[in-house]
Structures are given as structure tokens and as C-alpha cells.
Design a protein around this ligand. Structure first.
Ligand code: IMP
Length: 428
């Protein structure tokens, strides 16, 4: 099928990078449609590790077109650092990368306000990545954002920066006692970046729709995960975009009706970075063990991730929101030495059994997981390349996850490398 979307089913960091990389090899166009430099997609190819924040993972495959859609918020400094880093490692970045002229620019005040606002929140802070994501999307909605296309018109860009910055400087001074940012320096720096970005800038909407109409294989690469979605996640402890399949149409201009299959990526357990409720979180040595075995430290910020058992209630919610057809289960190998693997099948909230994912964070914070244990396999699974190579208990665990979500099993990842992947027949 030619139009595929890959989304995170949990709170991000499900290992989408590796799955997208596998699918990118079998695609013509790879598209990012939301989020920004807050994402960190890790791909290990032939023993070399690449962490991509803004550029779609298709960049690692020659001949693929990579598109940063209008729904992405773009920090030009970060984009260029990524371009230089890839080129420095021998990866071609040129006409194989396009940036939508409608994408909004992350400006210095966004990053500054992200940090200052978080610092002022004390205990109720979101735990953002400090990349300016929330303030940039807020300005987009307030209709005072500055877009990539504006960078190409210096006089328009100067005018916009001057207008927006005078308001931002008032906020900085009055709310935070912060000295003003200087328009001239910002304008000079951004216009210089703009000259370097110009060759990548395009109206990507027609181009993408034409690719779809011509039957090109297009892959939409979701960043973060459904539980961080601004509408359907654990609000307010979420990111500021529709970080699931709901974001495709608005973030790329390709109608949702064109998407033919949605692959949801789930870790064999669950992790979360930042604050917010996490019903299956393990605060003791079991959580520590998952963190160490799974190398659960943020690809963007290096922060230790909170770890917990697989949560069917939350995952079912994500399956519904995204219309997920199949799941890719990652990091199965992290569970190799466990005798028992608990899975959360319902919550208890104030004495009541709940199987629908609650909208309010208070209920979620109070939710106690109802756990059902599965026998572990206690054998390394890293060498398995076909489903039949997996130990029976591992197959039973995977089948139970897919059954509980009422989806097919599409892929299983048993290690970091590209090769350490099992692909079920329907996904080849
Ligand atoms: P922001 O996206 O930087 O505003 O952060 C909002 C929340 O989303 C915080 O809890 C972050 O830790 C989380 N978050 C943002 N991007 C990612 C990601 O790529 N993986 C996991 N969590 C993320």
C-alpha cells in the first residue's frame, strides 16, 4: 500500500526511528508533519548511530525525498546543524530535502519563554524539552507566528520580527524581569540562516498531493506519541501538536482519507519523560532495571525516562484515535530475563474498574493498574529474524498484546540494529 503512517502509541520514544527507517527504505517520500526539534529519532545503521530531530529518517536512504511539512515548527539553527552533521558523516543532503514555506519558525523568544515559563511553574511544570515548541505553536494559533516563507523576504521578515518582538519584550520585562532581546541581531542571524535554507524551501502541498496521486509510496513519520497529543493526550502534560495520525492532514496538506494504513509503534513496556500521570509507572528497582536494560535516557535531552508496564487501556485509546491497523512492538529483548511480565488491563479509579482512558489527569493520577501477569521467556531473543524463531512465551506475549488491542502484529524489534527486526508477512 502506498500511503502509510507510523505513529507512537505511548508517550513517545517507542522506537519509531528504527521502524520508520525500515519502512523508509521501501518508500519514495518520507514526511514529518508535526512537532519540531523536541523529537529525537534514533536509527542504528550498520553499527553507526544517527539521531534525527527535524529531518525525516528517509534521509539515510539515497533516492528518497524527505519533506518537512507545514505542521512542523522549525528551528533553523537546529536544522542547519543537522544538515551539517549528516553531511559530515557522508550523508547526502540536497534536493532530497524539502521544507514547507508554511512551517512556522521557532524564534529565540520561543525558547526563552519555554524555559522561563517552565521555571515559574514549580511543581506543576510540564517538563518540556525547552526547544520552544509550545510558545511557537501558541503564536501560530494567535496569528503572530513567523513562517519559513517569510525568511525569504527580508523586508517582510524585518517588519514581522520588529512587530512581534516589541510585544515579547514587554512580556519578558513585565512577567520575568528579563532584559529585552535585540531585533537587529536576531534579524541578521535568521536572514543568514534563511540564505542557507532557501534551496530547501518549497510549497510542499501540491508536490505531496501529486506524489500521492501518482501512486508514489509516501510515509508519514509521526513524532512524540498519541498520549502526548494536544487533544487526546494527558492534557496539560502533553506536547503542543497533534502528535498522531490526526495531525497528518493539517500538517502536510494531504487529506486524511488518502492514508491507507496506520502502524502504531509500542514499546513492549512503557516509558515517559517529563511530568504527568503514568498509571503503570514503576518507582522502585523494577523500573530502574527497565531503564538500565533499555538504555532509557532521552535522545534529545538525555533525561532519564520513567518506566512502567505495558498499558492496554492507554494503548486501546491510541488505537481508536489513530485507526491503527497493526502494531510494531519494539524492545522485546529488554524483557528477556524476566520471570513474569505484568500487563495493565484496566485501572481502578476511586474503587471503580475503568477500561476507558480517562480524559482528566486527576483520575489518571489516581488510577491504580489492574495487572495480569504473563510468563517470561528467559532466553535472549536478539537473534530471532522470523516470528517462528521467538520462544513460545515471547510469541504468546506478543499475541496477547495484539489481541487485547484488536490489531494485527506488523513488526517486532529485538535489538537496536536495522537487521534485528522481524517483519510479519502483511508488512513486507
Ligand atoms: P515539549 O514538546 O518540549 O513542549 O514538551 C512537552 C512534553 O512532551 C514533555 O513531557 C516532553 O518530555 C514531551 N516530549 C516532547 N517531545 C518528546 C519526544 O520526542 N519523546 C518523548 N517525549 C517528548
Amino acid at each position: 500500500m502506498s500511503i502509510t503512517c507510523v505513529v507512537g502509541v505511548q508517550w513517545g520514544d517507542e522506537g519509531k526511528g528504527k521502524i520508520v527507517d525500515w519502512l523508509a527504505e521501501r518508500s519514495d517520500v518520507v514526511v514529518r508533519f508535526q512537532g519540531g526539534g523536541n523529537a529525537g529519532h534514533t536509527v542504528v545503521a550498520r553499527g553507526r548511530k544517527y539521531v534525527l530531530h527535524l529531518i525525516p529518517s528517509g534521509i539515510l536512504h539515497p533516492g528518497r525525498l524527505n519533506v518537512i511539512g507545514n505542521g512542523v515548527v522549525l528551528d533553523p539553527e537546529q536544522l542547519l546543524a543537522e544538515v551539517d552533521g549528516l553531511r559530515g558523516r557522508g550523508i547526502r543532503v540536497g534536493r532530497n530535502l524539502l521544507v514547507s514555506d508554511r512551517a512556522h519558525l521557532v524564534m529565540p523568544w520561543h525558547k526563552l519563554l519555554d524555559r522561563l515559563c517552565e521555571e515559574g511553574q514549580g511543581k506543576s511544570k510540564i517538563g518540556t524539552t525547552n526547544r520552544g515548541i509550545g510558545p511557537c505553536y501558541a503564536d501560530k494559533m494567535s496569528r503572530i507566528g513567523i513562517r519559513v516563507g517569510d525568511l525569504l523576504d527580508p523586508s517582510l521578515f524585518r517588519e514581522r520580527v520588529a512587530r512581534v518582538l516589541s510585544e515579547k519584550n514587554r512580556i519578558l520585562r513585565c512577567l520575568y524581569g528579563h532584559p529585552p532581546l535585540r531585533a537587529a541581531a536576531i534579524i541578521r542571524q535568521y536572514l543568514a540562516w534563511g540564505r542557507r535554507i532557501r534551496p530547501f524551501v518549497a510549497d510542499t502541498v501540491d508536490l505531496l498531493n501529486a506524489a500521492v496521486s501518482r501512486g508514489r509510496r509516501v510515509l508519514f513519520e509521526g513524532a512524540q506519541g498519541t498520549l502526548l497529543d494536544i487533544d487526546f493526550g494527558t492534557y496539560p502534560f502533553v506536547t503542543s501538536s497533534n502528535s498522531d495520525a490526526c495531525g497528518i492532514a493539517a500538517g502536510s496538506g494531504v487529506p486524511a482519507s488518502r492514508v491507507q494504513r496506520v502502524l502504531g509503534v509500542v514499546k513492549a513496556y512503557v516509558t515517559r519523560v517529563g511530568s504527568g500521570p503514568f498509571p503503570t509507572e514503576l518507582l522502585g528497582p523494577e523500573g530502574e532495571r527497565l531503564r538500565e536494560r533499555g538504555g532509557e535516557y532521552g535522545a534529545t535531552t538525555g533525561r532519564p525516562r520513567r518506566c512502567g508496564w505495558f498499558d492496554v487501556v492507554a494503548a486501546r485509546h491510541a488505537v481508536t484515535i489513530n485507526g491503527i491497523d497493526a502494531i510494531a512492538v519494539t524492545k522485546l529483548d529488554v524483557l528477556d530475563d524476566l520471570a513474569e511480565i505484568p500487563v495493565c488491563v484496566a485501572y481502578r479509579v476511586r474503587g471503580r474498574r475503568v477500561t476507558a482512558f480517562p480524559a482528566d489527569v486527576k483520575s489518571l493520577a489516581e488510577a491504580k493498574p489492574v495487572l495480569v501477569s504473563h510468563p517470561g521467556w528467559r532466553t535472549p531473543v536478539g537473534g530471532a529474524r522470523r516470528y517462528g524463531d521467538l520462544p513460545p512465551a515471547a510469541r504468546r506475549y506478543l499475541a496477547a498484546l495484539a489481541r487485547s488491542l484488536d490489531v494485527r502484529l506488523g513488526m517486532v524489534s529485538v535489538g537496536k540494529d536495522r537487521e534485528e527486526t522481524i517483519v510479519m508477512d502483511g508488512w513486507k
